[in-house]
Structure formats: structure tokens, C-alpha cells
Design a protein around this ligand. Structure first.
Ligand SMILES: Nc1ncnc2c1ncn2[C@@H]1O[C@H](COP(=O)(O)OP(=O)(O)O)[C@@H](O)[C@H]1O
Ligand SMILES: [Mg+2]
Length: 419
């Protein structure tokens, strides 16, 4: 079939085809992809044309005209740019739009067991028609035939098929058997690139830090195909959910006992300190011990910050709730002391004592004195430092004198009582 276009400038040439800027018969700019020679490469272009036509839709590169006799060329509208050169913000919204286009373009072909096998930013193009733009999937050059109908001569047995860095691992070992799940991997790689702007290092994706989206991408990028999302639609759904997931609340973290994030959550939003003061005393001693094991500094720093807030009178809670919290803090101090974490005991005890003394809270004061009375010699030194550093010495001396002496009273308590 005679060419109905005039070549203008070459965009890219590979061993298989050339892509040209051209003008169609009426002089309208188009892009044509031309098979380089007859035989195998022409059959390959025929596959590509037929797949593009089968996948026809708003998210597929349109075929305007093609050589219906020899399948040696096809014509498309001119795209503004490809995803690799997309201007503007690269965020999860862009990633979702691209995956939506992939889902729409490949849904039916995937249903027939046919992966595209070459999804990458350079093959996702931005088409603008009448001022309206959209992403389309292009370059169906190495799409897999329906399983069972493969013409082996088109592809060399066992040779890698795809684009390095984007293709799924199984396209290295057995590209002919690759399933649509291979495209889930590539889609995951594309979104990862959109979010980080970075290519892979040794096939290890550089994942974004946002934990919800990171988890989704991790799953899409599993090396073992069966561990990935099994369809683009599932990947897209998970991506959408992760993109709107609210930061986990303090209540969620407490309920799930996610201790490694609890401190950061409290410190990250001290305007909600009262909520933390109300909720934390629900944790029992085992919980405190677990928090201490999993995230010691998060525990010490967040409780210290909450007590400092109480000392500065920033809480609007009633005294019953504040008492409950301060008494719980003393319980945490008991757990800390039992583990001989002396530096941390001193830091936290200072903040707790300061809150108790500045608010002149009787019940926590009595509890503190009871605890001081039970200390062994090793633990007395940091607590004595804390009593002084808290500025509450007089208050604790007064509390100590009110406490009836028991047989096991510590030296520190006796000292406070005497002074
Ligand atoms: N319709 C088009 N409009 C503008 N640029 C195009 C168009 N089609 C292809 N290109 C450019 O040419 C490159 C190669 O085309 P493609 O169909 O992907 O062929 P190949 O099989 O050589 O990768 C694309 O990455 C894109 O940058
Ligand atoms: Mg290409």
C-alpha cells in the first residue's frame, strides 16, 4: 500500500522501526511508525497495529491510518510529550492518572492474558486534542500474543524482552511466559519514578517515604509475580486508598499498640496533648514495658513534653484526669527504674515532679513519695537529682513529712522527711 504521508524529521530509529514526524495527505502533522524491513519486523508491526486497534479507546494511542496490505507503517496524532518529559508537579495524583490510563488501555488485553511488556515513561504519551489533554499508552511493539498462539519466530527464545529498569524480573528469565502481572510491576516502577524522580539502582526501587503508598508500591514491585497485585485495577484501587489515607490517629496507634510511632505522633501535634493525657493511662505496665523496648526515646520525650505542658498550665483538663495521668507516669518511672535506665529515669522524673509540684497535686504527690520510699540505693541518686532539678524540693519535703514512716522507707525519703 502506497505511503499516504510525507516524512519530515526522524524522531527515533531502532533495529526494528523508525518513528517520524510527517504530514498526512492533507498536510496535517502526524507521527508515523515504519517497519524497517519486510519479514519478521513487518509481522511485528502488524501485531502492534492489531493490538492498538483491539485496545482502541480514550487511553490508547489512536491509529489514524495504517498500511492494511503489508502492515509496514501506521500513523498517529502528534503527542505533546511523553511522561519522562512531563512538565509540572510529579505527585501521587499524576501517578494515579497514569495508572488509570494503563488500566483503561490494557484491561481487555490483560483479560486475554496479553501483557504490554514495555510500560515505561517514554511509552506513556500526552495527547492534546481541542485543548483537552489525556495520557495514552503507546508502543505496543512487544505485546505478548494470547497464550497458546505465540509465533515463536517473532521473539528469540529466552532473550530479555522489555526495557531495563522497568520490565518485571520474569521478563529476564522467561519473557514469553510473562503474564499481565508483569505490567503491574512496570506500573509500580512508573509510579515510584513519578514520586521519587529516581530510577532504580540495581533493580532496587527507591521507594517514597510515605508509609501507606510505600507499602502499595512495595507490593506492586515484588519480584515474585504471585506476591504482587494480580491486576492493574487492584493496584489502582490500593493506590487511591493510600493516597487519601489520613495520618493514623493517636487513638489508632494506641489501639494497635504501634509504639514505634506513638511518640512521634504525640510530639508532632502537641495541640492535642490533652487527648494524649486522657488516653495514655489506659496503657498497662506491660504496654509501658513494650513501648520502652520498642521506642525508648519516643516514650521519654513525649511524656516529658506532656508534663512540661502541664507545668506551664497549658492543659484545660480537670484535676482528676491530670492526676490519673501523673500517677500513670510514676508507674512508667517504676518500669524504667526496674530496668535501671538511670539517665532516662532522671530526665522523665524531673518533668513529672515539676508538673506535680507546680500544680500542687496531692494524689500524685503522695504516689511519688510512696515510690521514692520504695527505692533501692542504686536508684536513689538520679531521683534525688530529679527532686532538686524539678524545683519541687519544698513540696516533696512537705509530702514526705505527711507520709507515715514504714519499715522499708528508703534513705532518700528519710532525708526528705528530716530536712
Ligand atoms: N504519536 C507520537 N507523538 C509524538 N511522539 C511520539 C509519538 N509516538 C512515538 N513518539 C516518540 O517516539 C518514541 C518512540 O516511539 P515508540 O512507539 O515508543 O517506538 P519504539 O518501539 O522505538 O520505542 C516515543 O518514546 C516518543 O517519544
Ligand atoms: Mg517505545
Amino acid at each position: 500500500m502506497p505511503e499516504t504521508f510525507t516524512r519530515q524529521t526522524l524522531i527515533v530509529k531502532t533495529s526494528f522501526s523508525e518513528v517520524w514526524h510527517a504530514k498526512d495527505a492533507s498536510g496535517i502533522p502526524v507521527v508515523v511508525k515504519i517497519a524497517l524491513n519486510d519479514g519478521a519486523t513487518a509481522r511485528r508491526l502488524r501485531n502492534e497495529i492489531e493490538a492498538l486497534i483491539e485496545a482502541e479507546g480514550p487511553s490508547t494511542m489512536p491509529v489514524l491510518e495504517f498500511d492494511a496490505v503489508d502492515y509496514s507503517w501506521y500513523m498517529m496524532p502528534v503527542a505533546a510529550y511523553n511522561l519522562a518529559h512531563a512538565p509540572g508537579v510529579k505527585d501521587v495524583t499524576l501517578g494515579i492518572h497514569v495508572v488509570e490510563a494503563i488500566e483503561e488501555a490494557l484491561h481487555n488485553l490483560h483479560g486475554a492474558g496479553r501483557p504490554h511488556r514495555d510500560l515505561k515513561p517514554q511509552n506513556i504519551l500526552w495527547l492534546e486534542v481541542d485543548g483537552e489533554g489525556r495520557w495514552v499508552v503507546a508502543d505496543f511493539g512487544i505485546i505478548r500474543n494470547a497464550p497458546g498462539t505465540t509465533t515463536a519466530s517473532l521473539t528469540v527464545e529466552d532473550a530479555f524482552l522489555g526495557s531495563l529498569g522497568w520490565a518485571a524480573p520474569e521478563q529476564h528469565s522467561n519473557p514469553h511466559a510473562a503474564t499481565p502481572v508483569a505490567d503491574v510491576y512496570a506500573a509500580g516502577a512508573i509510579v515510584t519514578w513519578v514520586l521519587t524522580g529516581k530510577m532504580f539502582e540495581d533493580s532496587n526501587p527507591l521507594l517514597p517515604t510515605d508509609s501507606a503508598i510505600r507499602g502499595v508500591l512495595q507490593r506492586a514491585l515484588q519480584r515474585v509475580p504471585s506476591r504482587r497485585y494480580q491486576t492493574i485495577a487492584q493496584f489502582l484501587e490500593a493506590l487511591r486508598i493510600a493516597s487519601v489515607a489520613k495520618p493514623t490517629t493517636l487513638e489508632d496507634l494506641l489501639r494497635k499498640k504501634t509504639f514505634d510511632r506513638l511518640g512521634a505522633s504525640i510530639l508532632g501535634d502537641l495541640s492535642r496533648a490533652d487527648d494524649a493525657i486522657l488516653a495514655l493511662p489506659d496503657l498497662n505496665r506491660d504496654d509501658s514495658a513494650a513501648w520502652l523496648r520498642e521506642a525508648k526515646s519516643g516514650l521519654i520525650e513525649s511524656l516529658t513534653a506532656l508534663c512540661n505542658g502541664l507545668s506551664r498550665n497549658t492543659s484545660s483538663l480537670n484535676f482528676v484526669d491530670i492526676d490519673r495521668f501523673l500517677i500513670w507516669c510514676i508507674d512508667v518511672l517504676r518500669v524504667l527504674t526496674a530496668r535501671a535506665e538511670h539517665a532516662e529515669v532522671e530526665e522523665l522524673a524531673t518533668a513529672v515532679f515539676e508538673a506535680i509540684a507546680s500544680l500542687r497535686q496531692f494524689k500524685p504527690g503522695a504516689e511519688a513519695v510512696r515510690w521514692i520510699g520504695s527505692l533501692d540505693r542504686k536508684s536513689e541518686i538520679p531521683i534525688e537529682h530529679a527532686v532538686h532539678a524539678s524545683g519541687g524540693l519544698a513540696f516533696f519535703q512537705e509530702q514526705a513529712r505527711n507520709k507515715y514512716a514504714s519499715r522499708v522507707d528508703s534513705d532518700l525519703l528519710k532525708k526528705l522527711r528530716r530536712s
